[in-house]
Ligand binder design. Structure first.
Ligand SMILES: Cc1cc2nc3c(=O)[nH]c(=O)nc-3n(C[C@H](O)[C@H](O)[C@H](O)COP(=O)(O)OP(=O)(O)OC[C@H]3O[C@@H](n4cnc5c(N)ncnc54)[C@H](O)[C@@H]3O)c2cc1C
Length: 290
């Protein structure tokens, strides 16, 4: 349980961190909360020669409104997101998702940026980011760019960030009128990670019909995904229990299901449908629908 030796670097600014990330792009890693990276290093599943600790970089820990959206600094902890008044008022899916992560120690150290950059297939934040059509800001020595979440998760523990890029912020649209969102999770009894986690945002029109639905699913496959067939099946329909349940049957359409000792692929697929129906029903209720 002792990692291989490494050099430890402590940048103070994003520019300095980006220069280090470029210099050590081949054999270095940035460190955020360390709650995924350090265990991997101890198990020697990762052995970076250089560790670039973002912990003292100015200006990566914040939650604010920017250009009509909610912006969260990458180093913001799950705990800070869980208790942020701005999020509770303007984007309640985020505190609800944060609260579902691990235990209080994990939430105190782990960061939203670290979780998204790590792209663990059982992490909670990816489901919320997908359901909300988030955008992720990265910085490197070549400049900065915003990546739509639809292009961010590539595969197991793999994102579309290039070597040397640092995730610095995530933007989410605030909750629109006549809308509700919800996160429903079946947690692994030992680790707390999502066996299945479903985030949903539903917007109703003035007659109470589903105008827009977004569903993000995690835990089920090698990467989190949008359940587009569910969204298509419920859009334009009345949000009755029957319609929500019928739409949720599409939760794993076209998806390669993970299976393990706790939950076979078949059971995971079943859970995904059940939890999609639960998340949608709660989102509809919160949107003021029946
Ligand atoms: C006991 C336990 C239970 C847990 N339960 C859950 C759970 O229920 N749900 C859940 O979602 N998670 C869970 N986690 C994981 C936890 O949420 C971690 O916080 C998260 O996976 C990684 O965030 P971190 O800040 O610790 O990142 P780190 O471990 O520091 O980094 C993870 C990876 O991301 C990269 N990285 C980090 N930050 C950046 C950045 N800004 N830019 C570019 N790359 C970056 C690192 O180089 C590394 O490869 C659990 C962890 C533990 C130890």
């Amino acid at each position: 349980m002792i990692p291989e030796s490494f050099e430890y670097h402590v940048p103070k600014t994003v520019d300095e961190a980006a220069r280090m990330a470029a210099e050590f792009a081949d054999d270095g890693k940035v460190l955020a909360g360390g709650h995924s990276l350090i265990p991997m290093m101890k198990l020697r599943l990762a052995s970076p020669k250089h560790l670039i600790d973002l912990g003292r970089v100015e200006g990566l820990k914040y939650i604010r409104e920017a250009d009509g959206k909610i912006e969260i600094g990458a180093l913001t902890t799950h705990f800070q997101a869980e208790y942020a008044t701005l999020l509770k008022e303007k984007c309640p899916l985020l505190p609800e998702t944060a609260r579902a992560i691990g235990d209080v120690q994990v939430r105190n150290k782990g960061t939203i940026g670290g979780s998204l950059a790590h792209a663990d297939p059982a992490a909670d934040w990816p489901a919320a980011a997908l359901a909300l059509d988030a955008e992720l800001k990265t910085v490197s020595t070549s400049g900065e760019r915003w990546i739509p979440v639809s292009e961010f998760f590539v595969d197991l523990l793999t994102t579309s960030m290039n070597p040397g890029e640092i995730l610095t912020a995530i933007r989410f649209p605030a909750l629109p009128v006549r809308s509700g969102d919800a996160y429903a999770k079946h947690a692994h009894p030992a680790s707390g990670f999502a066996v299945v986690g479903v985030a949903a945002r539903v917007t109703l029109d003035e007659k109470g019909i589903v105008e827009k639905a977004r569903v993000g699913v995690t835990g089920v496959s090698s990467k989190a995904y949008r359940a587009s067939s569910v969204e298509a099946a419920i859009t334009g329909k009345a949000p009755s229990s029957k319609n929500l349940d019928t739409a949720s049957l599409h939760a794993v359409d076209g998806i390669d299901l993970n299976g393990d000792l706790y939950a076979s692929a078949e059971y995971r697929g079943h859970l995904a449908k059940v939890y999609t129906a639960r998340a949608l029903a709660l989102a509809v209720e919160r949107a003021g629908g029946k």
